[in-house]
Design a protein around this ligand. Structure first.
Ligand SMILES: *[C@@H]1O[C@H](CO)[C@@H](O)[C@H](O)[C@H]1NC(C)=O
Ligand SMILES: *[C@@H]1O[C@H](CO)[C@@H](O)[C@H](O)[C@H]1NC(C)=O
Ligand SMILES: *[C@@H]1O[C@H](CO)[C@@H](O)[C@H](O)[C@H]1NC(C)=O
Ligand SMILES: *[C@@H]1O[C@H](CO)[C@@H](O)[C@H](O)[C@H]1NC(C)=O
Ligand SMILES: *[C@@H]1O[C@H](CO)[C@@H](O)[C@H](O)[C@H]1NC(C)=O
Length: 276
């Protein structure tokens, strides 16, 4: 064999053995509760694929092998995806393409991350990565009022079972209420519960009534929804008013009407006392 024959062989074979991923299809956003998702890795192996063709899927980097297919064998599901994959799913009838894709049944939020498809032969390799976020818009989302004191109302907005990290904002006349207090908790499954409360004084409401809006946002999931509540100033507290009515003083309210009200209360007590 002379050198030119070697050379021609190399050129021809570098074509037939090349592997090339045309397109990787991974849904960027998946709502929790979705029945199934398909991760696909569409590749070319040339006319005659080189020996040692292997299709692998990794999760969050090269140490997280989750799926491997060596045609014509059956595909294998490994680690994180074990028990989550439809083993009968075939994306193509072509023997060298059939099991390149993964159909994940009912994906959970813990499957959020980077998915990498690697197609290789003994001498060539190509890979591509896409991320998938399985988000949870929550199980319950409420915006309620707690009317314990005259002249004051507590707005309470609660959303549960969210993923990823949520942002909860109470809007008054379209602007976020800066004095609102937010409490965020994460359970052992990584799901968030968030509660935002705001104390509103009747003096803050300049119209006969005001509609407050609580906005729930999952920034990474592009998800936004809201709830509203309408407050009418001047309503009496809904329960145990006679005990609770003294408390506004603790909230440093300095309106004269509030002081007047407390004076009236004291007068009332005194008059009852002296009557007895
Ligand atoms: C996922 O991919 C993004 C963007 O490529 C990267 O910034 C991030 O570090 C990756 N995360 C992991 C866990 O590999
Ligand atoms: C995978 O990576 C994402 C960030 O890209 C991270 O939020 C997630 O916790 C990682 N998942 C696991 C199981 O390591
Ligand atoms: C979120 O929405 C913005 C604007 O509509 C868009 O550019 C971005 O790609 C979206 N992100 C995802 C993950 O879909
Ligand atoms: C609240 O949701 C409604 C309906 O989805 C939308 O029309 C409105 O703009 C939202 N309000 C705010 C303040 O985000
Ligand atoms: C307290 O009174 C001052 C002066 O009258 C007023 O500017 C301020 O807004 C009041 N604060 C509250 C919490 O009502």
């Amino acid at each position: 064999m002379n050198y030119s024959i070697h050379f021609v062989f190399l050129i021809v074979c570098s074509k037939c053995i090349a592997v090339n991923i045309n397109r990787i299809v991974v849904p960027a956003l998946v709502e929790l509760g979705t029945e199934s998702v398909i991760l696909d890795c569409d590749y070319n192996t040339g006319e005659v694929p080189g020996p040692g063709l292997v299709i692998k899927w990794f999760f969050n980097g090269s140490t997280g092998l989750v799926y491997q297919w060596i045609p014509p064998l059956q595909p294998q599901v490994i680690g994180l995806l074990k028990g989550k994959v439809d083993m009968s799913f075939k994306i193509s009838d072509e023997p060298l393409q059939a099991y390149r894709a993964i159909r994940i049944i009912n994906p959970g939020t813990h499957l959020s991350g980077n998915y990498t498809c690697v197609v290789s032969t003994f001498i060539a390799e190509d890979s591509q990565t896409r991320s998938m976020l399985v988000y949870s818009p929550g199980k319950s989302f409420h915006f309620d009022q707690e009317k314990k004191y005259v002249f004051l109302v507590t707005l309470k907005c609660v959303a549960e079972y969210l993923y990823p990290r949520p942002v909860l904002t109470i809007l008054s006349k379209g602007k976020p209420l800066e004095r609102a207090i937010t409490d965020m908790r994460m359970d052992s499954w990584g799901m968030y519960t968030v509660e935002t409360t705001a104390l509103i004084h009747d003096d803050d409401v300049t119209s006969p009534w005001e509609e407050f809006v609580c906005v729930l946002n999952l920034p990474l999931a592009n998800y936004t929804t809201n709830r509203t509540t309408v407050y009418y100033p001047g309503l009496m507290p809904t329960h145990s008013a006679s005990i609770e009515v003294k408390k506004p003083m603790e909230h440093q309210a300095n309106s004269s009407t509030l002081r007047l009200e407390c004076t009236l209360l004291v007068t009332l007590f005194l008059s009852i006392y002296f009557t007895l």
